[in-house]
Design a protein around this ligand. Structure first.
Ligand code: AGV
Ligand code: CA
Length: 311
């Protein structure tokens, strides 16, 4: 029996690789994709998504819907440009485009897909939670159809990854982009796996990883990994604001191989405004989440490289 999964992503390199890898997981049935213009521009991100489905989707038909959600705190332009690079890769542009786009916006598409599903669906969100929050506001009954939400977001570390004026640096970016959406989702009873910076900090992109992929580049899927990650900076001397981690890819891998990660239940609140907006904070009277705090580094990279070879 395949696990139905709905993906909502925001067009970063690791978002697009997440889509690519999900399409290779035999135990996953991808029932829809929403694209939100957060850490990307919508045009290249939607085209890259459709081309990845065409080229690497094994003939599966997957609907793509575009989000009309808007930021509270927008991503830096430099990061949003990455999707243009992936969209222009020759491997995605050999053939004419087949996969179309839906008429309805992504949050309505999500509601429709959940209502139409006879089974409970796993939601995989690797960008901000805005489309889910909007879906819950117009159709709260969809909660019944959600098996769980697996979200790349949040952290309980002292230092998050937001370095912006008027912020205290305690938040993770997906939460900071729309802190109110996090609060809305926190108010629901949906089960949440939180793939937070605690675990994603352990899987930086490094030059050793690049080399490992380069040596296997005769395989088209592994070459695709290397080509996509060529757009972003790796961890060399020390971590900077632009250092790239495999945030979303770890989140996606945790669906295919739960044994790769360690989880524990914690209670927490989310902060929706002020200097700490987007912060997730441990609090005994907060809601429970399953915090993904650790990962088997080598087994993770081995798994995603093998998955890429299935393309
Ligand atoms: O905070 C991590 C999220 C992930 O969903 N994104 C990137 C991943 O897709 C935002 C982000 C934080 N730091 C970044 C980010 C960086 N240095 N470059 C690009 N995006
Ligand atoms: Ca993302």
């Amino acid at each position: 029996m395949k696990k139905p999964v709905y993906l909502n992503h925001d067009g970063g390199v690791d978002d697009l690789i997440s889509l690519f890898l999900l399409l290779q997981m035999e135990e996953v049935e991808l029932i829809g994709v929403g694209v939100i213009p957060a850490d990307c521009y919508l045009e290249p991100a939607q085209y890259a998504s459709r081309k990845i489905i065409d080229r690497f989707g094994h003939g599966k038909q997957v609907e793509v819907a575009l989000s009309n959600s808007r930021p509270v705190n927008p991503f830096p332009k430099d990061w949003r440009m990455h999707a243009f690079y992936v969209d222009a890769l020759p491997v995605l542009n050999e053939y004419d485009l087949k996969t179309g786009v839906m008429d309805e916006p992504a949050h309505i598409h999500l509601v429709n897909k959940l209502n139409a599903s006879t089974e409970k669906v796993t939601l995989l969100f690797v960008g901000p939670l805005t489309d889910l929050a909007r879906a819950l506001e117009i159709a709260p009954e969809i909660e019944e159809k959600i098996d769980k939400l697996v979200w790349m977001g949040g952290t309980f570390l002292e230092k998050g990854n937001v370095e912006e004026p008027e912020h205290d640096g305690t938040a993770e970016w997906n939460a900071f982009w729309d802190p109110e959406a996090v609060a809305t989702v926190w108010n629901s009873n949906i089960k949440i796996d939180l793939v937070a910076l605690e675990s994603t900090n352990k899987v930086p992109l490094t030059n050793d990883i690049r080399k490992m992929w380069a040596r296997q580049r005769e395989n088209l899927g592994v070459d695709f990994l290397g080509q996509c990650y060529a757009a972003v900076p790796s961890l060399v001397h020390f971590q900077t604001n632009s250092t790239y981690f495999l945030w979303d890819v770890l989140t996606t891998a945790s669906i295919g191989r739960e044994d790769l990660v360690e989880k524990k239940t914690v209670n927490c609140i989310s902060i929706a405004s002020g200097a700490s907006q987007g912060k997730t904070e441990l609090n005994e009277s907060g809601r429970p989440v399953h915090l993904v705090y650790d990962v088997d580094h080598d087994a993770f990279f081995d798994y995603i490289t093998k998955l890429a070879k299935k393309s």
